[in-house]
Design a protein around this ligand. Sequence first.
Ligand SMILES: *Cc1c(COP(=O)(O)O)cnc(C)c1O
Length: 378
Amino acid sequence: MKAIQMVDLKSQYEDIKQEVDERIQGVLNTSSFINGPEVKRFQEELESYLQVKHVIPCANGTDALQVAMMALGLKPGDEVITTTFTFVATAEVIALLGLVPVLVDCDENTFLISENAVREAITPKTKAIIPVHLFGQCANMEEIMAIAEEHNLFVIEDAAQSIGSSFHFKDGRSQQSGTIGDFGCTSFFPSKNLGCYGDGGALFTNDDALAEKARMVVNHGMKVRYYHDEIGVNSRLDSIQAAVLSVKLQRLNDYGNARRAAAWHYDEAFKDLPEVITPERVRNSCHVFHQYTLRIVGLDRNALQKHMMDNGVPAMIYYPVPLHQQKAYRDERYEDGHFPVAEQLALEVLSLPMHTELDKQQLEKITNTLREYVIANR
Ligand SMILES: *Cc1c(COP(=O)(O)O)cnc(C)c1O
């Protein structure tokens, strides 16, 4: 049996090696490394996959979030609401721009931002909401868009973990995650569901004016070369990464199916263990399982993790500390205990290996190792 990894990028590459190598060689042959034809091609392929008017490629997912806030014209002092239970990038760029991160709690079953908490956090200074489609399923965009409309707020979807997932509205419409708000932002970090072989990211929008603005911001605030209308940044997706992404985008749905099959195997294996709570699926989103995250209750989660690691089964804690308890984001507004759900989740969550190359033998080893410990230690 192949060693089990949280993410197995090497086996995935071996499967698509010929095509990837040819496309990378093609970039080398033309030596059009920045803004080459591969970037344009991937941009159009992704627009068509997502059914969105504009994809603006950039250097990484963190930049995508920053560029979205700059393009929306948010100003220092503006409040931006997001969840305390997420990867730091979401709040980092809010703070970096001098905006005020307003954190809220999440739902204990889905790990997603709580819409009620968003509603309660709105003040006259609130300008935007950043729902995070955490672990691969969509936050309740129907509610969030309704709240935003009612209070005249922007919505920036953090779709770094959810590309390929879609949200189903009550009226029967479906939209890809990241294409519902004013902007959607994603990351092509290698371990993400659509990952390149370095750093990469993109913004999505259906608004022509916002797209034009974002294209300027990523390119030093210029439309006409060497004429700078705004303060911008330098954030580009390079051609080699775009070539890799173009190859992998064709397989994104198959990759999603492989992840869902692994998730289904996990669900089945832990059904009879009350100490192991499998991740709830929300009804109005499909799940692309960026992570498969359990809650371990009434048992020592850290000891279980160590048991798994000692037996050659990686398992990780996403995330061990909610943002409001991080040193850099500590704030007198948020004492310990302020966000009880996120604080509890930080003690309970355990993510299992999740990627496109897990075989039956590996899945059985993972589930058996976890089951052994739970049954022996109850
Ligand atoms: C990965 C990630 C980001 C940042 O993406 P980078 O490409 O690493 O900058 C932002 N938000 C979330 C939720 C992420 O998981």
